[in-house]
Write a protein of this length. Structure first.
Length: 280
């Protein structure tokens, strides 16, 4: 006669017997716990929808990096001597435009404005002011193209003028240059100081246009904020750059071929450093 083992599980007839937990369901409302523990389902405890962790937040500009005006100029000089051919062409273009526009305003203003007399410096008049406006505008437009190359150098790419020109947003650069030139010219006409302050605060505007493709007004606003947050260092760079330009002019203006590219690269260096971006 065979014997049977008694059942080892809970007696279904016993009302006090423990009830086993229900098996996990995989419908729309119940999920297994996430890997590694946690109190929530797949939609909680650090997991996004679909069972995947959420993407990391996009990286933005970091804190300002250590900066020195002399280091910026030295950096610009090192990039110039490493690629002198392209940078000399850029310097020549700036020199030619500046001399041509300044020369026209110098000789045309006295003849067109009877109140200016024989000395164009004593009374430039309306025509002379327009000449200065045109000169500033053309210089800024060229600066916009050169800044693209300066940023390339700061990012670790060799400057090529043709390639830089092809990648510049021409319309925004022209419009930004027009707004800047009008602001600088009007400010200079108002006892000079307002024009100098406006030029100082908007120093990085064209860099925001060619680098981040900001609109002209946004770029001007961004430049004012960036300079305001780094007034001391920017002022030192501006003063040092001004000294270099004076020395270049004293050398019959020929030094501008070198000083203009060096200062352009130094400006791009400062632009990236002030925003916490790396410099190659």
């Amino acid at each position: 006669m065979s014997t049977h083992e008694p059942p080892t599980g809970p007696d279904p007839q016993d009302p006090d017997a423990p009830v086993p937990p229900p098996p996990p369901t995989y419908g729309s409302t119940s999920y297994p716990p996430p890997p590694g523990g946690g109190s929530g389902g797949w939609g909680s405890g650090g997991y996004g929808s679909g069972g995947f962790p959420p993407p990391p937040p996009p990286a933005g500009p970091g804190p300002a990096q250590p900066f020195s005006a002399t280091d910026a100029i030295a950096y610009g000089w090192s990039k110039f001597v490493a690629n002198p051919g392209q940078w000399l062409i850029a310097g020549l273009a700036m020199f030619a435009v500046t001399v041509l526009a300044s020369g026209l305003s110098w000789f045309v203003a006295p003849a067109a404005d009877p109140f200016s007399g024989s000395d164009p410096i004593s009374g430039v008049g309306v025509v002379g002011t327009l000449g200065n406006l045109v000169s500033t505008f053309l210089s800024l437009v060229i600066s916009g193209f050169v800044y693209r190359g300066a940023l390339d150098e700061a990012e670790g790419r060799r400057f090529d003028l043709a390639d830089a020109i092809a990648r510049v947003p021409v319309g925004p650069v022209v419009l930004t240059s027009l707004l800047l030139s009008v602001g600088i010219t009007v400010g200079l006409a108002l006892c000079v100081v307002p024009g100098v302050i406006f030029a100082f605060l908007t120093w990085f505007a064209l860099l925001f246009v060619v680098d981040q493709h900001q609109s002209p007004l946004d770029a001007i606003s961004s430049s004012v904020k960036l300079v305001s947050a780094n007034v001391g260092q920017t002022l030192l760079l501006a003063l040092l750059s001004g000294v270099l330009f004076v020395l270049a002019i004293c050398a019959c203006g020929l030094g501008l071929f070198v000083v203009f590219p060096v200062v352009s690269v130094a400006t791009a260096y400062a632009y990236r450093r002030f925003q916490g971006q790396p410099v190659a």
